[in-house]
Every structure is written in structure tokens, then in C-alpha cells.
Design a protein around this ligand. Structure first.
Ligand SMILES: [Zn+2]
Length: 245
């Protein structure tokens, strides 16, 4: 599958295939939450937002799974595999708009193919090392990198490599509009990040280790809020529902 070099190695198709495989392994090795109503909730919210994002990612096989983990974290893998920790729902405390803010953010990472991009980067670095060592005399060096895990596809697909700050900004921006278009109150993004910030003062939350703060995140969300609110209100009315005041 990874016999070539360059971009073909990181084609959307092969990455989606690999992450699908890894996600199903995770579902076996990690504890899945047995809170059925929370699982149903993230599935419902996730699918509603994915429906809006579908125009950017046609044909994606979305899957939303709730893992039993206390750290408030969420991740998204290429191909539309999204994991949410139960601790994140604890932090959101029943506020579906806040859950939607997180899922909008994660789905935006997928839509922008951010994992693919940071993996390409990591791979470039890994291959650089290989070229210095062995690849000059052996073309299968690429395979060795993949096999030995220097490429780290197993763990870096969704989690280990933090997104860059500019990727975080992109995900904040588009995620805000995705959730608003799906009829979720975009102001929840602010209340959610405020909760994260206050948690950070006590302990570095895992979410921020993989989704670094791009700086002035809340200010940035505020500066987009008028437009997002207008979109949200229209979306709610179109759904025959009453928007929050
Ligand atoms: Zn992020």
C-alpha cells in the first residue's frame, strides 16, 4: 500500500483505510462507555454536524464513539472516525451545544485533512532520517520506517501529534460555522473553552495537549460570533425550532 513515495503515500483513501482499522482496534482495546444515552447523544449531534460538513467531505463514513475516559478529550481521524471521552461530556454537563462545539471543531479538522497534513510533515522528517541512514542503499527504507513505527501511524493518526496553532484556528473557525449551520448555539464554543481554560489552571487537560490554544481563542470566537449567531438563528427557524435568545 505504501510502496510509493510522496503524496501518494498519504492519499485520503489509504489514510481512511488505516484509520478505520486503527479505530476498530481502539474499540477493542479501550473501554467504550456503557452510557447509552450519552453515546446516542454524541451520535445524533455528530451526524447532524457531519451532514452540514458533507459538502466538504462527500462519502465519508462517519462514526462517533464514546470512550470511558475521565480526561475531557476528543479526537478525529481521517475518514471520519471520531472519538469522544466521557470526561468531556462531564465537563459539558448536559449542554448539547457545547458538545456540538467540540464535534464541530473535530469534524473541521477532518474536513481540512489536518491529520494528513501533519502526518505528511512528520513523515518527511522521518524519511529524512532514513535517507541519512539506510535509504540511500535500500529503497525499502520507506517500508522500514512504516514498519518500525518511526512514522507512528498507529498512534499519530488522531492523537499523539498535536495540531499546529494555525490548524487549530482553522478548526475553531470552521467548526463554529458547522455547529451553527447544524442549529447549535455557537456561543457554547465560548462557554466550553472558558471551562477548559479554568480547568487548565488546575491541570493541563489532555484536549489542549493535542489541540493547542492558538492564542486569543475566545477573542477570535467572539469576533466571529455575530455571523455565526445569524446562521444559527436561520438554521433553527428552518428546522421549525425556536433559537435561544
Ligand atoms: Zn483542534
Amino acid at each position: 500500500m505504501f510502496s510509493g513515495c510522496g503524496t501518494a503515500m498519504l492519499s485520503d483513501e489509504s489514510l481512511a483505510k488505516r484509520s478505520k482499522k486503527q479505530f476498530s482496534q481502539m474499540k477493542k482495546s479501550e473501554q467504550i462507555s456503557n452510557n447509552q444515552s450519552h453515546q446516542t447523544m454524541i451520535n445524533r449531534i455528530g451526524r447532524r454536524i457531519a451532514g452540514v460538513a458533507q459538502v466538504d467531505l462527500p462519502g465519508t463514513d462517519w462514526e462517533f464513539v464514546l470512550f470511558e475516559k475521565s480526561e475531557p478529550n476528543a479526537f478525529a481521524m481521517p475518514g471520519g472516525k471520531v472519538g469522544v471521552n466521557s470526561g468531556l461530556l462531564t465537563l459539558a454537563n448536559g449542554n448539547e451545544d457545547e458538545v456540538a462545539a467540540v464535534l464541530g471543531h473535530e469534524i473541521a479538522h477532518v474536513a481540512f485533512r489536518h491529520s494528513n497534513k501533519r502526518m505528511s510533515q512528520a513523515m518527511g522528517i522521518a524519511l529524512g532520517g532514513v535517507i541519512l541512514n539506510t535509504a540511500m542503499r535500500n529503497k525499502s527504507g520507506t517500508d522500514r520506517v512504516l514498519a518500525t513505527g518511526a512514522y507512528g501511524v498507529g498512534t499519530t493518526l488522531g492523537m499523539a501529534l498535536p495540531f499546529s496553532r494555525s490548524q487549530e484556528r482553522e478548526a475553531d473557525h470552521r467548526g463554529l460555522y458547522y455547529s451553527a449551520m447544524a442549529g447549535y448555539d455557537p456561543r457554547a464554543a465560548i462557554s466550553f473553552w472558558e471551562k477548559m481554560e479554568s480547568r487548565k489552571k488546575r491541570k493541563m487537560p489532555e484536549f489542549l495537549s493535542t489541540h493547542p490554544n492558538p492564542g486569543n481563542r475566545i477573542d477570535f470566537l467572539r469576533s466571529n460570533m455575530d455571523r455565526a449567531l445569524a446562521i444559527y438563528r436561520n438554521a433553527k427557524l428552518a428546522r421549525g425550532e425556536v433559537p435561544n435568545p
